[in-house]
Design a protein around this ligand. Structure first.
Ligand code: SF4
Length: 238
């Protein structure tokens, strides 16, 4: 699976120069997952990540290139949760090293969707996530109780990695948190590109005719290596 490789590489280049904090994944250290969504009321909130007018971005990229996801780990660019005392911009990115995803294109697409949906099934305690799939935003409201108990990105990241590892296709996971304003605004554009790739895959699987000359998705296929091969490969199989 190489469709998202350029996005991963470009995102790394974008973050290059800033020194992240890095933690290896320790499942025993994951922040408690309540198993279901939890309501954090405004009066109980310490602050929000990516809330209100603060930029926010979220995307998931899968790859089969081992070098792009060297190990299970959590990276943080910007301030950690215990260092925050007000609302901030926020991005959470997930880079997943995967196996062959079941072989054919349809199975690949389904596996990608399943991995994207993991984000709807991780519920760190006192960390209420609201996701807008329309705008690729992910907003989080932190409870005062969780902050006073010492919640941090290392432990929340471990909860997410645990969630991704429930999928049999996932071999390694890198979770990247960003609370740096300028970078998050840029990443919101990248999130749109990732969404375009996944939507193009949907259209291809729905049986879009292979006529690049009149296809509205051409700008995406021109940019994303492997997309055209996937569409024409499917036609040849059919
Ligand atoms: S390969 Fe051609 S026809 Fe298929 S989605 Fe891309 S531009 Fe459209």
């Amino acid at each position: 699976m190489e469709l998202y490789n350029n996005i991963i590489t470009a995102t790394r280049a974008q973050l290059d120069g800033a020194a992240p904090r890095q933690w290896d994944y320790d499942p025993a250290n994951a922040w408690r997952d309540t198993g279901e969504s939890e309501l954090v009321m405004m009066r109980d909130a310490a602050f929000e990540l990516g809330g209100g007018s603060c930029p926010s971005a979220n995307f998931t990229c899968v790859t089969s290139d081992e070098a792009l996801v060297p190990k299970d780990e959590i990276l943080l660019y910007g301030k950690d949760l215990p260092e925050l005392n007000g609302d901030v911009s926020f991005a959470r990115l997930a880079f997943l090293l995967v196996d062959d995803l079941g072989g054919d294109d349809e199975a690949t697409y389904q596996a990608i969707r399943d991995m994207e949906f993991v984000k709807y099934h991780v519920f760190p305690e006192g960390y209420m996530v609201r996701i807008s799939s329309e705008s690729n935003r992910e907003q989080v409201r932190l409870s005062k109780a969780a902050v006073s108990r010492g919640i941090d990105f290392k432990r929340v990241g471990a909860a997410y990695i645990k969630g991704y590892h429930r999928n049999e296709h996932v071999k390694r996971v890198q979770i990247v948190f960003i609370t740096d304003n300028a970078v998050v605004a840029e990443l919101a554009k990248t999130a749109k590109k990732v969404d375009d790739i996944t939507k193009t895959l949907t259209h291809i699987l729905e049986g879009l005719p292979t006529d690049c000359g009149s296809c509205s998705l051409k700008p995406i296929c021109d940019e994303v290596e492997g997309m055209r091969e996937m569409h024409f490969g499917m036609r040849n199989k059919g």
